[in-house]
Design a protein. Structure first.
Lengths: 173, 78
């Protein structure tokens, strides 16, 4: 794919084929982020589709000088995911049996797999470590995506690393 | 992955094990398939409190049997 921001500009100027290129390049990373965060496949698929639908309906709101297309898409996806999870939480409190059940927790003596260790991180730490490690995003962009200060990104990243090391029984070097 | 967790090579290696298989995702999805996904997702049992804690006959299994048995018995005396 050419420079994503250039392809986006192309699409904004009316080349509908450019959207296909954007979808092909970014739907997998967006899915992987949401899936690693929630471990819920149908939910992640819904968020990917909603993200690109939102991009289509608001395509002229993207301005390349404000950030990369990748972080713009992750920002949309993250907000949609958080809103949907909050809605789910409300439904859970009203009608507990209508909302998909949570996975069972592990016995403390069992060694966690990396998937379980990542899922067990607090929400913000999990988002930071996923965006930083699996999606190569700079900490400044992560701060923009999550709407938190840069210092918070750094501290959450540090805390997440320490928690993961403890849970995965990784030795300090 | 360029953003390695500096000086955490063992942790890097462990995190790299976490692969995600991306399913086929059509660009658009109908409301119908969203509903099917929602209905097919696992949910808690709304009458879970009736389930027996120990292995035994629960009221939910005994009551229908007793009710069914009582009907012909009642009919005998009518």
């Amino acid at each position: 794919m050419n420079h994503p921001e250039a392809v986006m500009e192309d699409w904004q100027q009316g080349n509908e084929e450019a959207f296909e290129q954007i979808y092909t390049a970014f739907h997998r990373p967006v899915y992987a982020f949401i899936y690693r965060y929630t471990r819920d496949e149908p939910f992640s698929v819904d968020i990917v589709q909603d993200t690109f639908l939102r991009l289509q309906t608001h395509k002229h709101q993207y301005v390349s000088s404000k950030g990369t297309l990748k972080s713009y898409l992750f920002q949309i996806a993250y907000r949609l995911m958080v809103n949907k999870l909050n809605r789910r939480k409300k439904w859970r409190s009203l009608l507990p049996f209508l909302v998909p059940s949570q996975e069972s927790t592990l016995h403390p003596a069992e060694k966690l797999t990396v998937q379980q260790a990542v899922s067990g991180l607090p929400d913000l730490q999990r988002a930071v470590i996923l965006l930083y490690y699996y999606h190569d995003l700079p900490q400044k962009e992560i701060a923009d995506i999550l709407h938190i200060p840069l210092g918070t990104v750094k501290s959450r990243r540090h805390q997440a690393i320490q928690t993961l090391k403890t849970h995965l029984e990784v030795e300090d070097l | 992955m360029k953003n390695k967790l500096h000086d955490h090579t063992e942790l890097d290696r462990k995190l790299a094990e976490y692969d995600v298989d991306v399913p086929y995702i059509p660009r658009k999805k109908s409301r119908w398939s969203r509903l099917v996904h929602y209905l097919a997702s696992p949910a808690d049992n709304p009458v879970d409190f009736l389930a027996p804690v120990r292995p035994s006959f629960s009221l939910t299994s005994v009551i229908p049997v007793l009710a069914a048995a009582s009907l012909p018995i009642t009919a005998i005396f009518l």
